[in-house]
Structure formats: structure tokens, C-alpha cells
Write a protein that binds this ligand. Structure first.
Ligand code: COA
Length: 337
């Protein structure tokens, strides 16, 4: 894709007014994985930067984690479910094929005056969901939007496949977005891109209409994540550099203007490449990959919530979020606090 989506002209001030996250208690360490597949702590840390990840208990679904993150975000915003009029859930690990995970979250937070739907853009899902929320809020169609990114990747991970099982973890992040009374602040730009020609690089091959569940699909382990790791890596480095540099350039933002880069946490080497392309100092990059691994859409959502709640953001701070994922999809969101 060479043509870029256009820059937001005179963006309506839409900002994050609350954030929260939830991570399951159980920790799966690299040492634990050494007992399960032919791998080593040293290999995983050197090749990915991951030390451990969280795993949800069997009885906990994606929406259960999403509800806990959503309640934390609502508390932080000083709102209740009744104040929300739209819920978007970004996930590739829904509770079921249907209804949407967002509808389960709606039920869990008792948001009776809202409508709810899911977005599937894999690890770029939170970026796509923020942009969608922005469009609905800017149009005036809704007033308070809850965006949740929740993933139970452990339910789709093959713990006999060392190529993938070391990478993924579970978790959920959420934000509440609203129009704010601060012209020039809030979401000031986003870039969304995808290339369906690369759909085969990363997928869960069975369980949909193309290959419904059958004894053979189960026997062939087709309900788990399948990934061309090296190809995804090459794509990711190019896409992350492209979206990071372009959104900064077209908004006249230099590396030193960025308070936090919150990137998708798939591999520390991919993040380092994107930051280097921008000339960004490591102290301005938010990392959680060492603690949680790759939580798909939830990685950037938890990252933003961690920055909001634990690091503190000042008026005027610039936050740049960038991600890539299956599809392939990639994109970025620029926020001025
Ligand atoms: N432990 C030990 N060895 C492993 C391993 C593991 N967990 N996984 C793979 N290997 C082996 C491979 O089999 C290969 O062995 P070979 O040379 O004998 O064939 C060797 O390590 C190197 O494999 P390679 O694929 O070249 O490693 P890499 O440096 O590309 O790292 C990934 C592998 C998966 C970490 C890396 O390609 C990556 O991060 N890709 C992107 C994945 C991603 O981002 N996915 C999510 C997208 S949102």
C-alpha cells in the first residue's frame, strides 16, 4: 500500500477520560515453558525480550477480563455503565463466534443505554477501535465511548509449538473516550492500513466458515495460532517504521516531542527498530513485553492504561501508539494530552 489515508483536518477534541486494565494472576515463566517444549529462557529473552506472561484460568473468558478492565476504566473516569452509549471491543479471541464479546461486556457493566460491537484487526485492534470511537464521537452520534481490548490468547495457543507458544499471553485494557473542552488536544491523527494479500502469514485456520470444526481440523491442530514467524518479523519491522515515521512527520512531531511511544509488544527487536527509525530515546518507550508477552490488541490498551495510571501524563504530553497484526493490519494514533 503506497497511498496513505488522509490526515485529520481540524480534529474535533476527543480525549481519553479514564483508563483501566486487568491481568490474570497466574504467571507462566520461560522456565515453565522449558518443561513444556524444546526451548530455553536464554533463547526467548534474546530473540523476543519476553520473560513471562499471564494466563487466565479456564473458567475466565475474554469478556470476563474485559469487564474487569472496563470497570476499572469507568471508575477512573468517574462514570458508570449507564453513562456509556457505545462499546467497542477489539479482540481476536472472542468468547464465542457470536454474540459479540462487546455484548457480553455490555451485560457485565450494566450499560443498558448503549450499543456494542466487536472489531477484528488482530494486534492493531485497539488502534482501529480508538479511530472508530473518534469518528462516532466527532460526528456527535455518541457522547461517551468505552473501548476495550481483551484477549485470551492462551485458548488459541498450541503449547506443543515452540515457534508460537513462547510469545503469547492474556490480559485486557480499557479506556473511556469523550469530547473534551480542549481544542488542539486529544486524538489529533491516526493512520489505519491493511494488506489482505498477507492474510496467510498469521491465522487461526479453522473454526470459521472456510474450515468448520471437525475431527480432522482438531486432529491437525488447526484451531491454534499458525504463524510464519520470520515473514511476520520482516513485515512488522517495515510496517512499524512506516507508520511511526509517517504519522510523526505529517504532524510535524520530532522524536524529542514524544513523551511516550506505546507500541504493540510482539518482539522487543521490532519495537527497537521502530524507535530507532524515529531516533527516539529508549526512556520514552513504554515496554510491558517482558512481563506480559504479546497480548494482541490488549498489549497497546494495557500499555496506554499503565502510562495513564502509573506514569502520569501532563497537559500537552504527546503519546504515539503504533501496532501491527494479522491481516496484515497496521496503524498508529497520535494523542495530545
Ligand atoms: N526456542 C528455541 N528455538 C526456537 C524457538 C524457541 N521457542 N522458536 C524457534 N526456534 C528455532 C527455530 O526453529 C530456528 O531453528 P532452525 O534454524 O534450526 O530452523 C531458530 O530458532 C531460528 O528461528 P527464526 O525463525 O529465524 O528465529 P527468529 O530470530 O526470527 O525469531 C520469532 C523467531 C518468532 C521470535 C521472530 O521471528 C518474531 O518475533 N516474529 C514475529 C512474530 C510476531 O510478531 N507475531 C505476532 C504478530 S502480532
Amino acid at each position: 500500500m503506497t497511498k496513505l489515508p488522509p490526515k485529520l483536518e481540524s480534529p474535533v477534541p476527543v480525549g481519553v477520560i479514564g483508563a483501566g486494565y486487568y491481568l490474570p494472576e497466574r504467571i507462566l515463566t520461560n522456565k515453565d515453558l522449558e518443561q513444556m517444549v524444546d526451548t530455553s529462557d536464554e533463547w526467548i529473552v534474546e530473540r523476543t525480550g519476553i520473560h513471562e506472561r499471564r494466563i487466565a484460568p479456564p473458567e475466565m473468558s475474554t469478556s470476563d477480563m474485559g469487564v474487569l478492565a472496563a470497570k476499572a476504566a469507568l471508575r477512573n473516569a468517574g462514570l458508570t455503565g449507564n453513562d456509556i452509549d457505545m462499546i467497542i471491543c477489539a479482540t481476536v479471541t472472542p468468547d464465542m463466534m457470536f454474540p459479540s464479546t462487546a455484548c457480553f461486556i455490555q451485560r457485565g457493566i450494566e450499560a443498558r443505554e448503549s450499543f456494542a460491537f466487536d472489531i477484528t484487526a488482530a494486534c492493531t485492534g485497539f488502534i482501529y477501535a480508538l479511530a472508530t470511537a473518534y469518528a462516532y464521537l466527532a460526528s456527535g452520534y455518541v457522547h461517551n465511548v468505552l473501548v476495550v481490548a481483551a484477549e485470551k490468547l492462551s485458548a488459541f495457543t498450541d503449547y506443543e509449538d515452540r515457534n508460537t507458544c513462547v510469545l503469547f499471553g492474556d490480559g485486557a485494557g480499557a479506556v473511556v473516550l469523550s469530547k473534551i473542552n480542549k481544542p488542539g488536544h486529544g486524538i489529533i491523527d491516526f493512520i489505519l492500513e491493511s494488506d489482505g494479500r498477507l492474510a496467510n502469514l498469521l491465522q487461526v485456520p479453522a473454526g470459521g466458515s472456510r474450515t468448520p470444526a471437525s475431527t480432522s481440523s482438531i486432529g491437525e491442530r488447526m484451531h491454534y495460532i499458525s504463524m510464519e514467524g520470520r515473514e511476520v518479523f520482516k513485515f512488522a519491522v517495515t510496517a512499524m517504521k512506516r507508520t511511526t515515521v509517517r504519522i510523526a512527520e505529517r504532524n510535524g512531531i520530532k522524536a524529542e516531542d514524544i513523551r511516550w511511544l506505546i507500541p504493540h509488544q510482539a518482539n522487543k527487536r521490532i519495537i527497537d527498530a521502530a524507535a530507532e527509525a524515529l531516533g527516539l530515546d529508549a526512556s520514552r518507550i513504554h515496554f510491558n513485553i517482558h512481563k506480559y508477552g504479546n497480548m494482541s490488541a490488549a498489549s497497546t490498551a494495557v500499555g496506554l492504561a499503565e502510562v495513564v495510571l502509573n506514569n502520569g501524563l501532563k497537559d500537552g504530553d504527546i503519546v504515539l501508539m503504533v501496532a501491527f497484526g494479522a491481516g496484515m493490519t497496521w496503524g498508529s494514533v497520535l494523542i495530545k494530552w
